[in-house]
Ligand binder design. Sequence first.
Ligand SMILES: Nc1nc2c(ncn2[C@@H]2O[C@H](COP(=O)(O)OP(=O)(O)O)[C@@H](O)[C@H]2O)c(=O)[nH]1
Ligand SMILES: [Mg+2]
Ligand SMILES: [Zn+2]
Length: 361
Amino acid sequence: MSNDTPNGLAPWGWNDAVATRFAGAACPDGVPARVIMQEHHVYTIVREPQIESHARVAGAFEYRAATPSEYPTVGDWVVVDADGTVVHAVLPRFSALSRHGAGEETVEQVIAANIDAVFMVFGLDGGRAFTVGLLERVITIVRRSGARPIVVLNKSDSAEPDTIAQIRSEAETVAQGIPVHVVSAKSGNGLDALVAEIASGETVCLVGKSGVGKSSLLNALAGAILEREGELRSDMQGRHTTTRKGLYRLPSGVLVIDVPGIRELQLWGDESDVADSFPDIATAAAACRFNDCSHSGEPGCAVQQALADGAISADRYDRYLDLQREAAYLRRQTDRRAREDERRKWIRVSREQRSKKSARR
Ligand SMILES: Nc1nc2c(ncn2[C@@H]2O[C@H](COP(=O)(O)OP(=O)(O)O)[C@@H](O)[C@H]2O)c(=O)[nH]1
Ligand SMILES: [Mg+2]
Ligand SMILES: [Zn+2]
């Protein structure tokens, strides 16, 4: 497959950069495909020209994989066999939206791969549908991913103008220049401006708590109900809930990944991702007299000055410190985990070497 001719996967985001990565994968018998749905270990993939099939990873893939993050996820470009039933390799990702996997162990869980932008969706309908703390956390996770963050405040039809204005202003203070859109999936308000953020052929991922209206937004943006059979299941109150992650193609050529409601968004990122998400604090810190200022009482501390001025609120600074602590803890855990993975890999390699040697004898 030549690099410069678009193939039948162009509507699924195939471009020259993907072609180069595919060529670099050096799997002579493999064909490229994109993962558009995932349910446990079964991946729905689309391959040339536009054929969908179900695939599982090859045995050799499982044997080689050291961490769950190496497995395919929705949005991934993969190399499959000609039948489209076996995944041999995952192409290097352009971006990856990850969170800390559920459970005690420190593992990266990749929510979606190869995304250009993330719609961070919140509800304007009161309660804890929107909190600045959650927005700060999600911004850090998205900064880490390499995709463009975009804040979406949904359900504008169900909130009073005063409430909308107040939440929008809180969101903009935290967003620090990241676009903030007030929309309604129900009335269509604000959707044109939101769509204008994403170019045709780009992939956008919707993240947010269950019930904020991600699936409704997806359907509204598509101008149709995009329900795949078996994808929706009724919960106990009889509501439909998304149970699978899927990548959908809108008539406009934009690709959208919808993920089931995320109950908990545990941080995945390091201290610099947190700092990047708090440019007001990072800028102040850069102006402290001492390079190694701990901002806890040194003379000439610009952070303490900004707190005293009210330029940075004490609450925001506290949440920043909490996220920094969480990131530092995570880094210690992942460093330890990486050392263990490395050790396991070497044990396996030397075991292979030994068995090759004995086979030669
Ligand atoms: N009033 C109003 N309700 C909405 C809007 N968007 C979604 N909803 C409702 O919110 C509930 C959850 O929506 P859904 O799209 O399933 O949320 P998801 O869990 O984030 O995918 C449903 O009852 C929707 O009808 C909106 O813009 N306005
Ligand atoms: Mg949903
Ligand atoms: Zn300082």
